[in-house]
Design a protein around this ligand. Structure first.
Ligand code: SF4
Ligand code: SF4
Length: 273
């Protein structure tokens, strides 16, 4: 899948002593919070950021927090050390797994080893299982959504850069390059990266690859990054909305239709001025 993965031999390396120590400490603190609050854990819980990226298949944040037992199995299963368990001072619910794409993104393992090991279903296998093949499919994971700050993305200035586009494991699907003419110079072109929310998994390989000092493309949790149009809008051209369109056409309105023609109404308005 991704050509941008670090050396695969990492997979065979035993977990390092330092990492095991940190993992055990985070686990211990996670368990301590279950028995009774310690002050630092309490402070971290109340100041917890909403900008937390969870492993693939994670339930919605509220359900995830209620289901995850902070065992660290997912962290241990990750061959790239992507996943971390929150410690005091991380401003995240203590003992829960998360990742920081700018440091280590998710390398989108085809067998998603972090998910089946979860003993509680906090990482939901069904949500990353392809309905047609009945196999795990990392391409349908929704860890987050990449967003672009077009003020700091140099491609939007007209400088040629396709670092994020090339780094994306779903090449030319999750990020596409949009060609625009540069009206300022009249002879150059912009090749602007555009993220497609229906394909982007939020793995963060683009954020890791971004060449600017602070990444101009970065992953946010989907509920933070996305708006919501509301259920009363229907996309008549979208296959997914076909059923809703059919149902909507059966709804009878009791609102009396105006007996005036549209032109009469406009003339009435005109008379007011
Ligand atoms: S899918 Fe991502 S988070 Fe899960 S084990 Fe692979 S690299 Fe780690
Ligand atoms: S394996 Fe599941 S229960 Fe254990 S820390 Fe990871 S998400 Fe939580």
């Amino acid at each position: 899948m991704s050509e941008n993965r670090p050396d695969k031999k990492r997979k065979k390396q035993p977990i390092s002593d330092r990492r095991r120590f940190i993992l055990n400490m985070a686990r211990g603190i996670g368990l301590a919070t279950m028995g009774g609050f310690i002050w630092s854990a309490y402070v971290d819980e109340v100041t917890a950021s909403t900008l937390i990226l969870r492993p693939p298949g994670a339930l919605k944040e509220e359900d995830f927090l209620a289901t995850c037992i902070k065992c660290g199995m997912c962290v241990e299963a990750c061959p790239y050390d992507t996943l971390l368990l929150a410690k005091p001072g991380d401003h995240k619910p203590i003992g829960t797994p998360y990742f920081i794409p700018r440091e280590i993104p998710c390398y989108m393992c085809p067998d998603i080893p972090c998910v089946p090991v979860c003993p509680t279903g906090a990482l939901d296998q069904a949500s990353v299982t392809n309905q047609e093949t009945n196999e795990l499919d990392i391409n349908i994971a929704e860890m987050g959504l990449a967003v672009i700050d077009d003020e700091s993305c140099i491609a939007f200035w007209g400088i040629q850069c396709d670092a994020c586009y090339r780094a994306c494991p779903l090449l030319d699907k999750a990020i596409k390059l949009q060609y625009d003419k540069n009206a300022r110079t009249g002879k150059h072109a912009f090749l602007k990266p555009i993220v497609h929310a229906d394909v982007c998994t939020g793995c963060g390989l683009c954020e890791k690859a971004c060449v600017t000092e602070k990444a101009a493309i970065f992953v946010l949790p989907r509920e933070v990054a996305m708006g919501k149009a509301g259920t009363h809008y229907i996309k008549g051209w979208d296959k997914k909305d076909e059923k809703r369109l059919e149902e909507a056409s059966q709804i009878k309105t009791t609102t009396k239709i105006s007996e005036n023609s549209a032109l009469d109404s406009l003339n009435d308005i005109g008379d007011l001025y």
